[in-house]
Write a protein that binds this ligand. Sequence first.
Ligand code: SAH
Length: 214
Amino acid sequence: MGEGFDTRVIALVMALRNAGIRDSKVLAAIERTPRDLFVPESFADQAFENRPLPIDCGQTISQPYIVALMTQALEVTDRCKVLEVGTGSGYQAAVLARLARRVYTIERYRTLAKEAEARFSALKLSNIVTRIGDGTKGWPEQAPFDRIIITAAAPERPDAILSQLREGGICVAPVHNGPVQTLLRYRNEAGVIHEEALCDVRFVPLVEGAARSM
Ligand code: SAH
């Protein structure tokens, strides 16, 4: 992103608006987040296209539309303490950091977590805390969270993570529903978890277990 307006990001924001993303704060957060810094150099020319792209460790940076949709569904305010499971490139966390008070993001691959952290410092996003570990257990030391976003597909209702959602809180997550994955929005209403299906999606799997040395 050089100085001034990057027409590619403006075109992306227009495409997201046309696709039905109406939250102007979400669109502004996307406009201010240079996605080209979050993809491998060889894909930088495609960074502002509305499609997922491969990143290191065999993982994927989500399609911008899905990032926008999940962020909008999360109803984030500047008072929110947010947990993200699945840092990946760090792009989703960077978008959330423009809207939230603080973002805690956890990734099982050291390589990805370190690369994401470097991007956060380059962009001076000082309200993101990154951790290497198994996000299926959430982040107990920092719980409860006002908002939780899971960016890898859970095999079933992610109860351990949902137990770290504050009353009145919202969690958005792709969850397997037979062969398809459905994006679900959970709300903790007075201690009871309610769920709502948003749409079908395709994410890399949420993998249980210790972080690999990679
Ligand atoms: N939010 C990311 C996209 C994430 S892709 C972005 O904006 O780029 C999903 C990520 O979840 C992958 O990096 C994968 O390694 C990670 N992941 C999968 N299972 C995990 C687990 N149990 N704990 C933490 N991270 C996990």
